[in-house]
Design a protein around this ligand. Sequence first.
Ligand SMILES: *Cc1c(COP(=O)(O)O)cnc(C)c1O
Length: 223
Amino acid sequence: MGISENINDILLDIKKLSPDPEKVNLVAVTKYVDIETIKEVLKGGAHILGENKVQVLTKKYEELSSYSINHKWHFIGNLQKNKVKYIARFIDMIHSINKLSLAEEINKRAKEHNRVIEVLIEINLFQEDSKEGYDYQDFLNDIPALLSLENIKIKGLMTMAPYTDNEDFIRNGFKKLRELKDELNILYFNDSLTELSMGMSNDYKLALEEGATLIRVGSKIFE
Ligand SMILES: *Cc1c(COP(=O)(O)O)cnc(C)c1O
């Protein structure tokens, strides 16, 4: 199978499985591939590209910046504060806010470039003691401070499921993320949280059924 056929299959799955397909976007995760292959992705009809390493992302951004097909870059990995400055001038969305100090750094760097950067709050719903994601109680305490940051815009929530065959476990996590978004919208965000970033190659179909608006798919595009 080719890249454009694989992308087409995923776009059809969005139409078929999502309760609200118009609101769903595919983030094509390009961390496995080179620039020539990324051009195939853009020609195949995916326009949001995702990377999880700052150095690789910055290099690919430069190499692709004058390419004729419009595209956006999303940062999806664990982001260190001292690297925010390298992506602040161009990044369209950061999926992985896990603490206030990171949000403050993004806000500061966005301001230097007169930009507002869209961000998602990463919530770990699968492992209690994992270091990934925002500690939920900390997040609740930090909401007033987060909302005061004028150069970031919190658009929604993100989560990552573990590799497991247990579909019910994964589905319940995705469902929980949607419920948290609805609850947070009522209590604090006045319906401004619109995005749910959940689902990767092996679980994006479940995520679509549970209301994902951003699916982050890599290997399935390139198999
Ligand atoms: C690599 C990666 C993906 C894509 O994973 P695949 O299983 O290749 O689809 C999605 N999200 C994050 C955060 C990743 O690092």
